[in-house]
Structures are given as structure tokens and as C-alpha cells.
Design a protein around this ligand. Sequence first.
Ligand SMILES: [Zn+2]
Length: 328
Amino acid sequence: MLSRSLGIIALSSGAVLIALPIDAQKHDSQQTARLPAATVSVGPTTRMLLIAPHPDDEVLAAGGLLQHLRAARGALRVVYLTDGEGYREGVQAEEHVRAPTVSDYRAYGHQREHEARAALRLLGFGAGSITFLGFPNGGLSRMMTKYWSERRRAYRSPYTKLDRPSKSEILVPDTEFRGEDLSEELAQIIDDFSPTVIVVPRKEDQHADHCAAWFFLADALGDVRRAHPDFDVDLLNYIIHYYSWPFEDDAPRIPPPEGLSGGVSGWLNVPLSAAERKTKREVLALYKSQMDVMGWFLNGFARRNEWFSRPAPPHVALPLRRSPCDAF
Ligand SMILES: [Zn+2]
């Protein structure tokens, strides 16, 4: 548990938030002021690319940080890798069916997409900030291995029976449910948007789509850096699914996940004001399809803080023989 108050520094340059890691709190305020790398700061020049495996991950992980970004007038692009269409219990509840059909799963994906658009709107971000790639919920991990290249047929979703995103979602021509196609689309997004910070799940996240999201992003980043060796970006990790975290207790402030390192900068705590917590709850409530079946889970993330960490510089080259994301 955190027992010390966090050091918060307001910058006159327009950055609105500095959150210091736990390790830095051992130092006095003069020393911590000299540790700019150990911060999450957003300002008017911030260009944040947030990778969400499913609609709602962006708000669960960063609903407070996104409010800070909006207040600072920074730019945002949220990329949803899937529509979250394969959540059987959710489909059963929303479509009022015991045995969902292909069209039920597709309708559920559309509902979650609409919810995401409403959520981002309430946070102050318009349609231009949102990209849906339409890759298969539950299929990302296998796209890192077996379904990587066009040497074999594309992955086909057992839920929607689709083997490629819908036409409106395809960024790179001829994209299908293959790992190399997803990597290529992510590299193109990074190239086009030129983010200053990328927020992405960390590989220890125990949902296979989340874990795979890290590997795809890291692989795409490698491609971008081969073409643009000078490209520099601040990588921030978030985590949603990790054993029973953060439900060990319902304390107002969430502790970092026990047993998981805070990466190269130590755990980064982003505090939420009472008003920001209220807004985060209101935004989460727009995810009706999720609130209906797991409201307790969503609301458990609407507390006084959010946690981020920085990974070591990634060296990921897909495909992999075995996916480390299937072990959970
Ligand atoms: Zn998710």
C-alpha cells in the first residue's frame, strides 16, 4: 500500500500532470524535480496513441490520463484492435439469446463500437481520434504464430465467421486476419500519426488479446524504426487482467500489481481528482454491454489513481514459434 503522498509538479510550460514513481518518492522534492524521465506528463504537444485490444480498455486503463490529455489540448488516437465481439456471456445478455449466432456476435461488436464512440465523445474526443481495425476478438495470439503470413489461409473468427476486417476498417489494401497484416497497419498508423507517446498493454496482461497487443505494437515499432532510425517515442504500458488485481481490496487508491515490476522507470501513478473519478464512472457507464454483465469489474478501475510503467526498449520480431500469450 502507498502510505506517502505523491509528488506532483505543475509546469508553467503547459504540461498539466507529473506523476512520480514510488521509487522517486524516496528522494526529496529537489531531487525528484531532476528526474524528468520518470514521469507521465501530457501537454499541448503530446500526441498520444493508445492501443486498446477491446472497447473499454482505454477507459479502464487511462480514463483519468485521457482527461488530463484533453485538458492539456493534446492530440489522441485510440486504436481498437478488435470490436470485442467474441464475449459469449456478454452477447447472451445483450442479444437475449442462449446460443448466439454469427449475426448476434456481429451485432454485439457493432454495439461495442458505438459505445466506444460515445465514451470518447464524452471525454471530449471526436470521431477523428478513433480507429477500429476490426481484427478478431480472441484470435490475436494465434496471429503471432500460426496465422502470421499468407503462406497459409487467414484466421477465421469462430464467432463472426469472418477472415478479414470489414471494408471500412481496412487501412492497408488486402488486409486479412494475418499477423503480418496487423503489424503493417499498426506501423502505418504510427507513421501517419507520429505519436510522442504510445500507451499499450504490457505483455504480462493475462488476457491473450492484451498480451498479443504488446507484441504486435513492438513488432510494428521495430518496422517503423528500421525505416526511421531517429523515431523516438515514450512507451507506456498498462495492465488490466492480472490475477485478482486490483480487487484484493476496495481501498480508494489502487496499489500496483503485487509481484510485477514497474519497468525501467518504476510504477507511475496518475492521480484522479474527485471530478475526474466521477467522469470516469460516467464514461464507463456508457459501456452498457459491459456494465450489464461485469459492472463491478469496470467500476473497480474508477478509483483515485491509474498505474503505468515503462518497458525496457523492446526487441520483438514476429512471428513467434509459440505464443507467450497462451499460457494464462
Ligand atoms: Zn480488453
